[in-house]
Structure formats: structure tokens, C-alpha cells
Design a protein around this ligand. Sequence first.
Ligand code: NAP
Length: 254
Amino acid sequence: MNQPLAIVTGAGSGIGAAIAIELGRRGFHVVATDLDAAAAQVTARAIASAEAHPLDVTDAAACDALVARLVDAHARLDVWVSNAGISKMQRFVDVAPADLARTFAVNTYGAFYGGQSAARAMIALGAGGCIINTASMAAKKGGVPFLADYVASKFAVLGLTQAMAYELAPHGIRVNSVCPGFVATPMQSRELVWEAALRGTASEVVKQMWIDDTPLGRLQTPDDVAKVVAFLASPDAEFLTGESISVNGGAFMD
Ligand code: NAP
């Protein structure tokens, strides 16, 4: 196959679906993966050259097995996007050990395992590659309410991105993150309800607070993020590694 191969996790919804579709538009053969296999199928059907596979990113052996199957079939791996993530809003003092463990399992360990599987395959193939992690504005700014476990899990992703970039550079593998702000996705819809309840106000009030916090004056779309991921995956970013690119309409500047 001549087309470059990109694998995206959490591609059945929101930002991951937009990333998969944008990479498809730019000529990749896209593998849409998700915990929800049917949702991944829906995304794949929107892309000219694509396939869908179930993948739970908390399962390291499953990440390895899927990458091995795909590399066997396509004889290449150009881009891996660790995008799957979860959030649950609650006060710091109320976060139960099981919630903390689940948040880290998906957001941090998931990016670690998937990155390892992709890197092992890319090293074996010897043709370099590109790994992109979907982190968050909350990976750079701890001053966000009701997301302590999420913030901790995403700060870890930024450290991981730098460590991976450093170790994998000799193999021609670039590793970067994107850090979205307030993106209109199913995750955001859940957060609107939680934050409104925790603040004792209405979802519309919270939504307006988020827009007011964003100098460019609107909520983000998944496409805003996908276009930056596509840039990171492109030759235009060939000398860019270890970075965590904020794409948040100015809601947090660093
Ligand atoms: P979303 O709409 O909830 O989509 C996340 C997708 O990941 C869902 O399809 C979900 O499947 C899947 N997923 C959850 N656990 C998984 C697992 N263990 N293995 C594989 N897939 C799994 O969320 P989103 O807003 O698009 O978020 C995508 C990424 O962007 C996340 O890493 C999130 O932290 C990050 N982010 C989002 C925002 C925002 O404002 N929305 C801001 C900054 C960063 P199920 O639906 O079946 O659980």
C-alpha cells in the first residue's frame, strides 16, 4: 500500500473522530479505534480509505496485538494518535481511589501503552514516524475546577511526551501533544452538567463562562484541534518534537 497509515484511539467520538476524518482527507489510510467498536465504524465510514477496530487503550497487550496485526497487513506505520481520554468532574476531596485509578488508566497509561506499541513497531520498521498525544489545556494549567485527577493525568502526558520525544528522536520518531481548551464534544456536554451542579447554576451560565474565558470568543470545535494534529503529522512539522501545542482560542497562553 502506498498510502501512509495513521492509527487514532478514541476515534469514535468528538476530537478523535475529527482527527481521523482530517487525516483521511489529507491522504492517510486511517485506522479508527475506540472502546466502542460501533462508534469507530461510523467514523471509518466517513473516510475514503479507512478501517475500524475495537481497542481499549488500558490494555497494553491489546495495543501491541492490534499494532502487530496492522503492521503485518500494511507493512508500515506512519502516525499514531493517542487521543482516548475520560473525565469526571468532582471536588478534589471527593475523588475516590477507583476514579483516580481509572482516570490515570485511560489518560496516562493509555497514552503510555499505545505510544510504546507504536514506537516498537516504528523502530522495527526503521522508517521513523510521528506520535501525537491529545493532552489538554488542563495539562498546563492546574487552576481549573473539579478536575484534580484529570489535571494530574494530563500533566503526566506532557512529561511523557517530552521523555518519548527525547528517547525516540534517534529513530526519526517525532512525539508531540496538542492541548485543547473548551471543545464542544460529548465529554464537554457531560462536564457542563457536572460543573453547573457543582457551582449551583445552569449549564448555559457555565457555557458562557467558558466562552468569556476564550479571547477568540467561541467554544472550540473538534476540527480546530484536528487541523493542528494534521499539521503535526505533516512534513511541515518535520523539525518539531517534544512540544505541546496549545489550541484553545487563547484561553490559556504559555
Ligand atoms: P469524547 O467525546 O468523550 O470521546 C472520547 C472517546 O474515547 C470516546 O469515544 C470514548 O469511548 C473513548 N474512550 C474512552 N475510554 C477509552 C478506552 N479505555 N479505550 C479506548 N477508547 C476510549 O471526548 P473528547 O472531548 O473528544 O476528548 C478526546 C480527547 O481530548 C481526550 O483525551 C480528552 O481528555 C481531550 N480533551 C478534550 C477537551 C474537551 O473540551 N472536550 C479538552 C481538552 C482535552 P466511550 O464513549 O465508549 O467511552
